[in-house]
Design a protein around this ligand. Structure first.
Ligand code: NAP
Length: 321
């Protein structure tokens, strides 16, 4: 099969398409033929060598895919050859034609959902779910700000919060991004590139502030976030690309919480809960992953350039083998 291989850390050009042996499932394992692979910013950080956890070289990047089960190992009961599935956190990289997964990492993809949408599920929806529910404990009737709502995680958070009965305010940095966020379910949209947009937020909440912030760029926003939280408000910090200064007094008066989010810290039981909820959302149509760009697998380097652009996000980028 073909797979992207990385033999040295560096720029996007270190990713090369190569021939590698086909995969065989061991006991309790599943091999999936990949129809689309999701692209996430973390894969660019890892490839560059700047991420704290480094894979052993050479490796194949990627943790998300949508496809069809090719073969199952002994003891696998939940899926069989021919089933449509998405996988997240498999044992081998998904920038490839095939991927090896543990049975618990394979989830059924409803017939109404495309393979590309399946490839958008794991990291983006998993992280949005963890941030919103498992870490920030968002509840129906609360008000949620998705600060960076136009990308993979942000669109997922908007759909999850809307389906969960919250009032949703989403931000984007471009007109197409704002339109997308509104279309995906935000009650109100604000442009994070405009001066004074957080004053608008306070007007939208009658001066009360928001209960939960899902923060995708904390190094720019965390200090300001603490000033627009309601009492007992929670910020779920999902994305940050550097340090930031905060005034602790903004948190003290509100008894506000800053809660870090790392998908990798999710326990086995929490993953089970998360994916049961996500598959249900796909089935009932409240979750509809947005695919912004489809890029051929051989052009994985271009996908990494696109995912690291500072603005202009529009849902997920997927690689198509
Ligand atoms: P993405 O699809 O590239 O989206 C990036 C988002 O950030 C876009 O909505 C973009 O909006 C927004 N943004 C740009 N400038 C902003 C600003 N000043 N304020 C608020 N938002 C701003 O990336 P993604 O996959 O959604 O991931 C987003 C971040 O979460 C990344 O840093 C990623 O590494 C991190 N992440 C963390 C975890 C975890 O486990 N903690 C898991 C997944 C992702 P415009 O383009 O419209 O300006």
């Amino acid at each position: 099969m073909k797979a992207i291989r990385v033999h040295e850390f560096g720029g996007p050009e270190v990713m090369k398409l190569e021939d590698v042996p086909d995969l065989q499932p061991g006991p309790s394992q599943v091999v999936v033929r990949i129809h689309a692979a999701g692209v996430n910013p973390v894969e660019a950080y890892v490839r560059s060598g700047s991420y704290p956890q480094k894979p052993i070289l050479p490796y194949t990047p990627g943790t998300d895919a949508g496809g069809v089960v090719m073969a199952v190992g002994s003891g696998v009961k939940g899926v069989k050859a021919g089933d449509r599935v998405y996988t997240s956190g498999p044992n081998s990289g998904t920038y490839a034609e095939q991927v090896l997964c543990g049975e618990a990492q394979v989830h059924r993809l409803p017939d109404t959902v495309s393979f590309e949408q399946g490839a958008a599920m794991g990291v983006a929806y998993g992280t949005a779910y963890r941030g919103l529910f498992q870490r920030a404990e968002a509840k129906p009737a609360e008000t949620v700000l998705v600060h960076g709502a136009s990308g993979g995680v942000g669109t997922a958070a908007v759909q999850l919060a809307r389906a969960g009965g919250m009032t949703v305010i989403g931000t984007a940095g471009s007109e197409p991004g704002l339109e997308l966020v509104k279309k995906e379910g935000a009650h109100h949209v604000l442009n994070h590139a405009s001066d004074g947009y957080l004053d608008e937020l306070m007007k939208l909440t009658d001066g009360r502030g928001v209960d939960v912030i899902v923060e995708l760029l904390a190094n720019k926003n965390l200090g300001k976030d603490l000033t627009v939280l309601a009492k007992k408000g929670r910020v779920a910090v999902i994305g940050s690309r550097g340090p930031v200064e905060i005034n602790p007094r903004d948190a003290m008066g509100r008894e506000a919480d800053i809660r870090g989010v790392t998908l990798m810290n999710t326990s086995e039981q929490e993953f089970k809960t998360m994916h049961a909820a996500l598959v249900a959302g796909l089935e009932n149509g409240t979750l509809r992953p947005v695919i912004g760009q489809r890029i051929p697998l051989v052009e994985a380097a271009r996908a990494h350039v696109e995912i690291m652009k500072p603005s202009g996000a529009h849902g997920k980028i997927v690689l198509v083998p």
